[in-house]
Design a binder for this molecule. Structure first.
Ligand code: FAD
Length: 531
């Protein structure tokens, strides 16, 4: 009764404040346990994302109590005569408004209000020790997945660098970090999903069941359904991590070594690293950056103390090796044998040792620091690219040693991955080569007198980088893609565009889901319309 009153109140507010475009009775008939809200703090949160470059206010925010609630909401949207859109919001860590919608309801997947029940299943996360998997709510943050599984001495295998992201949000993209060369992205590490399609149907899907939906949703940018539960495989959690960085001034030596290390993926654990990443150092000054807390401030490392080969650009290889009591005696030898194969600047190896959980959660420490200085909630004109391995040297010449100049305004990651660890049946697109690199420009814009740190400058530079690649015929793909016309999306998906459209027609025929991706225009007729 109380819920119904709350709902009626919310809908009344919707009518008077924002001019609701659906029949109020349609929402009243939902019969949900969750809460529909137009509370200013809910609306403000749902209007913004980490990018802080677009503000789009929804008609309302929905806090579901269960997967069934989401199903009822989407069914109402799908069946509605006048129509409204539905966008799942994980942790809102998109850059360009991908989880926003102006013509409908944002479903807050993360947060503590939902009771997190899935299709009549028990409360989540639920760890199955013997089977070595965990069932998690789609809005669960990866940090909470980690905490739950560690209680059983287990952990997922494939990560993102930062854990305050939702399971549904990263699985809608790919979910990558330094383990991807070995285990594949997070979308290669899922056994089963519960999904509410764009028709409001709750379906369980996997390699064996509703296979087309399973592959569509993985890397599907939220276009085919809302993930309410994911079953994630686990492995015994390592106890500690040896974390090593080494510097290069020669780009081809750097990439040759990175590619050598990822080629070892099929070897026994003792003969390969567990994580391979790297980053570019263009700025004068400290090698440390906000992404990690590797170097102690009491022991700063200056770029000028290494010969940067006259170009001013250095490259830092970053690798780790996991260990526990049973391997503590052999870890030094194993690392030495691997480092011997590499060609970094001999005096430039830095090593630290820390608990596994601290390594995985390394970015959060710096988030806390940046927040305290007011430097977290600023615009983030990030650009993430997958660059084909055969053209990475051209990219270095044109971008790192060319377009960037001396100031970067944030970390620039670069690391290679093996394409055969990515399942071509999923919706994600990667370059058509066996090895491709993630190049991530993770920059923050500031409102200062230094023009090179402003949003306009960095946005312009992003465009220059994309234009340079286009002119040079570097056939890259954007990761966490942002395109604004359907021609650009068709180009992005290439051969996968036709199947993408087909899947859209099948699973979200009225294009009501995740319209913030700007791929399809909501259609309240039966055909799929484009922007
Ligand atoms: P949101 O921004 O809330 O949503 C993203 C998209 O997914 C939207 O279209 C939304 O509608 C859809 N969506 C959300 N939940 C669901 C669901 N349950 N079902 C279906 N669709 C859904 N990515 C990496 O791969 N590796 C990294 O190391 C990495 N590090 C990052 C560090 C930071 C500080 C930030 C801000 C981002 C990072 N990312 C990384 C990018 C991140 O993976 C994506 O932005 C991801 O979408 C964020 O998840 P979210 O839960 O905030 O999603």
């Amino acid at each position: 009764m109380a819920t119904k009153l709350l709902l009626t109140f919310a809908i009344y507010q919707l009518i008077v404040t924002v001019g609701l475009t659906v029949e109020p009775t349609e929402l009243l008939r939902l019969g949900v346990d969750g809460q529909l809200s137009v509370d200013p703090s809910d609306m403000e949160k749902a209007s913004l994302d980490f990018g802080m470059m677009s503000r789009v206010e929804p008609l309302a925010v929905f806090h579901p109590a269960s997967a069934e609630d989401i199903s009822k909401l989407v069914k109402a949207a799908y069946g509605s005569v006048r129509g409204f859109t539905v966008s799942a919001r994980g942790h809102g860590h998109s850059i360009n408004g991908q989880a926003q919608t102006s013509k409908g309801v944002v479903v807050e997947m993360s947060g503590s209000r939902g009771r997190r029940l899935g299709f009549g299943k028990p409360a989540l996360p639920r760890v199955f020790e013997e089977e070595r998997y965990v069932d998690v709510w789609g809005g669960e943050l990866w940090i909470d997945v980690l905490r739950s599984t560690l209680e059983h001495g287990l952990a997922p295998k494939s990560w993102t660098d930062y854990l305050y992201l939702s399971v549904g949000g990263t699985l809608s993209n790919a979910g990558i970090s330094g383990q991807a060369f070995n285990h594949g992205p997070q979308i290669s590490n899922v056994y089963e999903l519960d999904v509410v399609t764009g028709k409001g149907e709750p379906l369980t899907c996997s390699e064996e069941q509703n296979t087309e939906l399973f592959h569509a949703v993985l890397g599907g940018l939220g276009q085919f359904g809302i993930i309410t539960r994911a079953r994630i495989p686990l492995e015994p959690a390592p106890q500690r991590v040896r974390w090593i960085r080494a510097l290069y001034s020669n780009f081809s030596a750097f990439t040759k070594d990175q590619e050598l290390l990822i080629s070892l993926h099929g070897r026994p654990a003792s003969q390969k690293f567990d994580y391979v990443e790297g980053f570019v150092i263009v700025d004068d000054g400290l090698i440390n950056n906000w992404r990690s807390s590797f170097f102690s401030p009491r022991n700063p490392v200056k770029i000028t103390s290494f010969n940067a080969n006259g170009t001013g650009v250095l490259y830092c290889l970053e690798v780790t090796k996991n260990y526990d009591e049973s391997t503590a005696n052999t870890i030094d030898q194993e690392i030495e044998a691997l480092l011997e194969k590499l060609d970094f600047i001999p005096t430039s190896v830095f090593t630290t040792d820390l608990p596994y959980v601290d390594f995985l959660d390394r970015v959060h420490k710096n988030e806390v620091k940046l927040r305290s200085k007011g430097l977290w909630d600023v615009p983030h004109p990030w650009l993430n690219l997958f660059v084909p391995g055969s053209r990475i040297a051209d990219f270095d010449k044109g971008v790192f040693k060319g377009i960037l100049g001396k100031k970067t305004s944030g970390p620039i990651l670069i690391y290679p991955m093996n394409k055969d660890k990515w399942d071509h049946r999923t919706s994600v697109v990667t370059p058509d080569e066996d090895v491709f690199y993630l190049v991530a420009f993770l920059r923050s814009a500031l409102d200062t007198s230094d023009e090179t740190q402003t949003l306009d400058y960095l946005t312009h530079q992003n465009r220059q980088i994309l234009r340079f690649c286009d002119d040079a015929g570097i056939r890259l793909k954007q990761y966490l893609p942002h395109h604004t016309t359907q021609a650009e999306w068709a180009d992005h998906f290439g051969d996968k565009w036709a199947p993408f459209l087909q899947r859209k027609m099948e699973f979200d025929p009225r294009s009501i889901l995740a319209t913030g991706q700007l791929i399809f225009k909501p259609s309240f007729t039966t055909s799929v319309a484009s922007w």
